[in-house]
Every structure is written in structure tokens, then in C-alpha cells.
Design a protein around this ligand. Sequence first.
Ligand SMILES: Cc1ncc(COP(=O)(O)O)c(C=O)c1O
Length: 396
Amino acid sequence: MKISNRTLALGTETAFEVLAEVNRMAREGKHVISFCIGQPDFDTPRHIKDAAIKAINEGRTGYTDSVGLLHVREVVAKYLSQTRKIDVKPEHVAIANGAKHFIAFTIACTTDYGVGDEVIYPNPGFPIYESQIIARGAVPVALPLSEKKKFGFEIEELERRITKKTKLLILNSPHNPTGGILEQEDLEAVAELAKKHDFWVYSDEVYCRIVYDKPFASIASIDGMYERTVVCDGASKAYAMTGWRMGYAANPVLAAHLARWITNTESCPNHISQYAIKQALEGPQDESHKMVESFRERRDLTVKLLNEIEGVSCLMPGGAFYAFPNVTKAVEKLGLKNSEEFRRLLLQNGVAVLSDRHFGKRNEGDNEQHVRLSYATSKENIVEGIRRMKEVVEGK
Ligand SMILES: Cc1ncc(COP(=O)(O)O)c(C=O)c1O
């Protein structure tokens, strides 16, 4: 029996595959330090867990509205209004089992299948963007990010990719895998283009609370942009809640349509987790702040140690918990073909990272090699992991 081409063409998050490899090596007794997985290494704060336990004990276990409970959406709307300085109403909000669903749902809401509708997305980028653009029958248009622009993009590069078929632009700041942040002036320039050419924007803001040097800026805060922007955020990264599967999106027009996709797929967001996310947003924020402070220390350590390796250079990421060092010289020195061979060599030597290949095809004319390290791991692991990396590269 045939498997559909649509399914065979699906992309993946290779992080999960590399993780399986790391676990296999661990079972064989090899000690591997993993910088692979993009999740906080903290436990969910106690008060959030307690809110969920209380919800279970009170019998909050049935279906809810597809978009989530009104009183939870009220809290989300208040949080988004305050942090993005826009007027988000509870009826603009849809809650789902993780922010990830909104990528597919937004593409489905803004493009038609197989008619050539185009979606522009950052490259390198979260691999699910390209995968879902193709799965939904739209055309992926990669927007190259540039190390020279601290992993932002040249506005001319964006402008050149806009056509009459452009329906949606995906932005992600702070960015996975580079940790880059889009500058306010770039957001303003993108907003001008979105209005001029009349396309939607999906602003993936799941790392918005993990910023180090400047306050977070959303494109939705720019005058006239919230109307055309799906603002997407969630609990996974900010509150160490990846397994609770809670994400939310807001847009005055699209929320009702996102809701129809939720009805057609998941029925509703997890009832119990909605009580947890309500507590996360309303309750004390000190634990979340402590996590960010800890990520800041680990970022500084990671970048410092990486830059001490001959042939490796790493920009200081402004957000998220990823470092994206340029390893071109190290790859050349070791006589390897590319970052993927470098990644394999590191893994053989007990260090697991992801290569830039896991985050999209190489942009035309780009011969630079990068790997991604998630520094959401202990300082001891960071020191030992990067020591092993240095040993491999410098042969000492
Ligand atoms: C850029 C980006 N968007 C979305 C997600 C998915 O988040 P969630 O756990 O809320 O589904 C991730 C997770 O790694 C991510 O890196």
C-alpha cells in the first residue's frame, strides 16, 4: 500500500533523532555530553504543578471550548496586551497543545493548497516551518539569515522574495537555532513591506522571555501590525513546561479560524494544563526570572569557551538558549567536508551538537559551516563538553 508523497516529504526535528542516538550510546556505556535538545533543564515551578493537581482533584478533566477556557484566555489576553502593548481581547486568543500547532494552522488559514501561494520563512530556521509549508501545499521561500547582521536578514533580501503570491511571512525572534534577535528598525521595515504588499505575518515568539541584553520587541507592537500578525507564544520555554504542551496565539481576525482548525484536529487544549498555564502567567515570576539569569551565565560561559577554540568563532546570542558558532575553519583544519561531518566526529568523541544542516538547506553562495549548541545544561557539562570539542579541533 502506498504512503502519500505528502507524508514522505515531511521534514523532522533532527534533534529528536540525534537524541535517540545519544541515548543509544549511553546504553552502550559511552558518556556523551548533549547540547542537542531545545528545552530548559529545570523542573516546572511548584506553584504551577500545584495548580494542575488542584484542577485534577476538582474534576477539571472534560473537553473545553476548542479555543480554551474563557477565564484562561482572559489571562493570556491580559499578558499579551501588557507585554506587547496592544489591545488583545480574550476572543482574539486561541490556546492549543503547544505553540507548534499554530505554525501549521496559520499556514492553513492563510494559504490555499496547491495554487502556488508562497510563504517566506527564515533559513536557517526551526525545521517545522518548511516542512509544514510543503505539507499544507504552499510554496516555501527561504529568507537567508546573515551572520554579518547578527543572524538577522537584509531587508533587500526580503523585498526581493516578495511576489503577488506571497501570503505569509514567518518571523522568529529570539531565533532558533542562532539565538539572534531582530532589531526594532528591521521590524519597522518588515512592517512597511507587510502593509505595502498586504501579507500576513506569523511572529513565533516562544523565546520572548529569554532575552539578555535588550527588552523583547514584537512586530505586533508596531502601529497597524497586530491586525495582520499572528502572535504566538507559549509556556514551554519560559516556564520549563515543554511536556505540558501549552501554547497560545492571538489575532483579531484569525483566532476564530484557528479555532476551527483546533476543532478539526485536537478538539481542545488539555484542560488540566490550562489551569497550569493560568497559574504560570498570573502567579509569581521569580522562578522564571531565575531560569533566565541562569541561562545568561551559561550563555556567557559557552560563548567564552567556544571562542577560545582555534578555528571556532561565536557571536553573542541575544536570546533563547542556543549558541551557533561558526566552525568553518575548524572543519577545514580537520579536513572534513562540512558541519555534518564535524558533528559526527564530535559525537564519536562524546559531544552531541546539531549541525546547520538540521535547520534548512544551505543558502545560495553560503559556504560557512555552523553547529548549534543548546546551553540549557549544567555549567559542568558546558565546561567538559567544550573541552572535548577543543581537544577534537586542536588535537591536544
Ligand atoms: C522556534 C520554535 N517555535 C515553536 C516551538 C514549539 O514550541 P511548543 O513546545 O510550544 O510546541 C519551538 C520548540 O523548540 C521552537 O524552537
